[in-house]
Design a binder for this molecule. Structure first.
Ligand code: FAD
Length: 452
């Protein structure tokens, strides 16, 4: 490396730091190993120095040091991203933000929180005021709110409240710039797009304002159907009829062996809808499932779920489904598929026939730009890189689906497709030397960096 690590360490003024191999190895990785392609590319990469600031002042001090020493900086929250977002491609400093975790203020309809707070703790805190978060990833236990903003997109709750980027969901962010004299920039409203899903390439998010909604004691439930098409049909109808659900996930029967804890509650001769349903809607939900030939296999509050040792419904959907499968069978990888609107369950039936045992299916119901949007994160039997890209082409060309490629490290290749000019313009301001998470955006080249 070309930077003076000892001098950097000496300048830290007592900020917590680590440089032993064990810490560095653990904090240099995320869940990229879902992709054999990324695993090959990223598994040996390491940061060279880990810092864990406890306060905003310490974050600013690190930002200033990084700029003065001109060393690459990779931010890290819970490290649960799937695309190697917090893998340092060029070594340098890793800043773990999980100690910057204060809930600053909870008001009716709104919370301000430091970016390193774990989402589960944040949700617990707002629940004490009779409110809840609009959405969270299925990794809520580990993931931080800053990592969700910078690396995620939506998840549990998105059916009710849309994606993270939809207007009003995030109200403000405060960003620390990486300069010798770091500044704090506050973004509001649509300006938040400048840092949303920017993979920590354009400023250190230190504070986030989020809209809240009145808490609901969601019923965690599963409805079982004799046929995946029937399950999808039910899910589509449930949406059409406006059932109040926080989560609605269709999981086909071939996943049953990966959901062993559920035993007869998810047998391998039935396809499941895992859902979080408002208590007042449960009777209607059940009646509609039964009308379509299905049955409710369980319905429990979250404390009841915990008592039985089962997973909450939100750990039965989104990318947790992939995790359950990978725990049992390492031969899987996955894709992220967005379906054309309006959704046609028969398209899925055709896809299932086309791919047989090569792909296993589950579908996530969400809302995007105010409309119903169906995503799939199918398990894909890994056959090689070329085969993976052939599959992606088929989805796009035959089915008209959009693929968010989880086998690449840059923002643009991962599905944003185009370079986001406003994010790059903001990078010039927030990271003028181009030190943040180098290699993760195609929109930045070395000659754009400030030369002084
Ligand atoms: P990290 O992985 O630590 O960081 C993610 C990115 O954000 C990195 O580029 C990092 O540099 C940057 N970053 C972190 N903190 C900051 C900060 N303060 N300022 C600026 N940049 C920062 N994602 C979803 O959107 N929806 C899901 O439903 C979902 N389900 C998942 C299920 C599983 C099993 C797994 C493994 C992943 C899933 N993910 C999902 C991806 C991921 O868990 C989430 O996006 C999560 O919110 C990331 O938070 P984190 O704190 O772990 O971020």
């Amino acid at each position: 490396t070309t930077w003076d690590q000892a001098a950097f360490a000496a300048d830290l003024n007592g900020i917590r730091a680590y440089d032993d191999e064990k810490y560095l190895a653990a904090r240099s990785h995320d869940y990229f190993w879902y992709s054999p392609i990324l695993n090959e590319e990223l598994k040996d990469l390491r940061g060279e120095f880990l810092v864990m600031p406890q306060t905003l002042d310490e974050v600013k001090h690190v930002a200033s040091l990084v700029a003065r020493h001109r060393v690459p900086l990779t931010l890290r929250g819970g490290g649960t991203g799937n695309y190697g977002q917090c893998v340092p491609l060029e070594g340098g400093v890793i800043m773990d933000l999980t100690r910057l975790d204060k809930v600053i203020e909870i008001k009716p309809g709104h919370v301000s929180v430091q970016a390193g707070a774990r989402i589960s703790r944040l949700d617990d805190a707002v629940r004490e005021t009779g409110q809840e978060l609009l959405m969270y990833p299925s990794t809520r236990q580990m993931a931080t709110i800053g990592g969700f903003l910078a690396g995620g997109s939506g998840g549990i709750g998105s059916l009710r409240h849309g994606m993270l980027r939809d207007p009003g969901n995030v109200t403000h962010v405060k960003v620390v710039t990486v300069e010798p004299e770091p500044q704090i920039i506050e973004l509001h409203g649509d300006e938040i797009q400048k840092v949303q899903h920017a993979y920590g390439t354009n400023g250190i998010v230190v504070e986030i304002g989020l809209a809240l909604t009145e808490a609901t004691d969601w019923v965690h439930t599963a409805a079982l159907f004799d046929g995946y098409d029937k399950a999808l049909e039910f899910a589509t109808r449930a949406q059409g009829e406006g059932f109040d659900c926080y989560l609605l996930t269709a999981v086909e029967r071939r996943f049953a062996p990966y959901y062993k804890k559920f035993g007869d509650l998810f047998p391998d001769d039935r396809d499941a809808i895992f859902a979080m349903v408002a208590p007042g809607e449960m009777a209607r939900f059940q009646a509609e499932a039964e009308r379509m030939g299905g049955r409710i296999s369980f319905a429990m509050t979250k404390p009841e779920i915990r008592k039985t040792g089962l997973q909450p419904a939100y750990e039965c959907g989104w990318n947790h489904t992939t995790l359950q499968a990978l725990k049992v069978d390492k031969g899987w990888t996955y894709l992220q598929v967005a379906y054309p609107r309006p959704f046609d369950p028969q398209l899925v039936v055709r896809q299932m026939a086309r791919y047989g045992d090569e792909l296993f299916w589950h579908h996530e119901m969400a809302r995007m730009d105010g409309e119903i949007q169906i995503f799939a994160l199918p398990l894909v039997r890994y056959r090689g890189k070329e085969e993976t890209y052939e599959l992606i082409r088929e989805f796009e060309e035959i089915d008209g689906c959009t693929i968010f490629d989880p086998h690449v490290v840059t923002i643009e290749d991962g599905g944003m497709k185009e370079i986001d000019d406003t994010q790059i313009a903001f990078k010039k301001l927030a990271d003028p030397y181009g030190l943040m998470n180098p290699g993760k955006t195609r929109g930045w080249s070395a000659d754009m960096a400030r030369a002084d």
